[in-house]
Design a protein around this ligand. Structure first.
Ligand code: AHR
Length: 327
């Protein structure tokens, strides 16, 4: 169908305007406030389930801005289908690089193959996928979650060295997620060496404070005398504290608590003696992610696995670290 003269004139004006903008260096602001001069990164975040996640999102957004990377940010609200949709949308928009923190480990091969076919490199951040084909992503930046579970287990073994029997409730993270699977494994490997340790209840609180509270309330009904709670993150430990107090128990004294993350709220509870030990899991992955994104976009070699360095905190160490804690 032939276009009218008016329509063709409007089209020509639009092309000239677009060309002028592009020749002028495209100084318009990106979708997240960053410059559009450089690369475009499509980032699919898990959600906003925890203090850790909030800090991780801020780190990614700030680092993208500093690096001049145009960040297209999408929040999956802890649903895998939302992440798959976001990744497909990034492919359609032809972004330079896609990064995501997979809500669960399995079920990614199809969409990752689509990204590969479109020639868009993918970087995993924070959480892994269980795909057998490692060519589907360039790099995985994040913590060693098995080691985190082991560190929690090591503390439990020391803390209860003189006890004859120890009953444990485990508050698991999101079912099927890498941190829940790996932390459970690392912890079980360590405490499994001594039969006096018994995990009497193990349920998912989905890494949320409300989930941790609900699960602890339910566990206390059938196991009112547990000795220890191992929470896969601080938020669930904080929920457990509320449930223990409501049941008339003193958290950190009547029931010991060990958790993972070391976010400010968790560290405050540790410093006040309501949590007994925390294994750090750093959410500050933004700078490493942007460096890796720039390298893969430039076709440079990157490490397939970049492991975050982390420590542990007891009560005294938490009190000392709190004033300078960034998240
Ligand atoms: O994947 C990292 C985990 O996810 C953190 O430990 C937890 O707090 C978050 O929700």
């Amino acid at each position: 169908m032939k276009k009218s003269l008016a329509a063709r004139s409007i089209g020509a004006i639009a092309i000239v305007t677009a060309l002028t903008a592009s020749l002028a260096g495209c100084s318009a602001s990106g979708s997240d406030g960053g410059s559009t001069d450089g690369l475009t990164l499509g980032f699919s975040q898990v959600g906003a389930e925890s203090g850790w996640r909030t800090a991780n999102t801020a780190s990614v957004q700030e680092s993208a801005k500093t690096a001049g990377i145009d960040l297209k940010f999408s929040d999956a609200q802890q649903k895998q289908e939302n992440q798959i949709k976001a990744i497909r949308s990034f492919i359609q928009q032809n972004v330079d690089v896609i990064a995501f923190s997979p809500v669960v480990e399995s079920g990614w091969d199809t969409v990752l193959k689509e990204a590969k076919a479109a020639g868009i490199p993918v970087v995993l951040t924070d959480r892994a996928v269980d795909s057998a084909d490692e060519t589907l992503y360039e790099s995985f930046i994040g913590s060693d979650f098995v080691e985190e579970g082991e560190k929690a287990g090591d503390w439990v073994v020391d803390e209860f060295a003189d006890a004859d029997s120890v009953t444990i409730a485990e508050l698991q993270g999101t079912t099927g997620s890498a941190p829940a699977v790996d932390r459970q494994e690392g912890f079980a490997d360590v405490i499994g060496e001594d039969s006096k340790f018994e995990i009497v209840a193990s349920q998912s609180g989905d890494f949320t404070r409300s989930g941790g509270k609900q699960v602890t309330e339910a566990i206390l009904k059938s196991n009112p005398d547990i000795d220890l709670i191992f929470a896969h993150n601080d938020d669930m430990a904080l929920g457990a504290i509320e449930a223990l107090e409501a049941a008339g128990k003193k958290p950190g004294t009547d029931v010991k608590i060990v958790s993972i993350d070391a976010v400010k709220d968790g560290m405050t509870a540790l410093s006040e003696g309501q949590i007994n030990f925390i294994v750090e899991c750093s959410p500050l992955l933004g700078d490493q992610l942007m460096e890796t994104v720039e390298k893969v976009a430039a076709g440079e070699e990157v490490e397939k696995r970049i492991v975050t360095e982390e420590t542990t905190f007891d009560q005294e160490q938490a009190t000392a670290a709190l004033p300078d804690r960034k998240y």
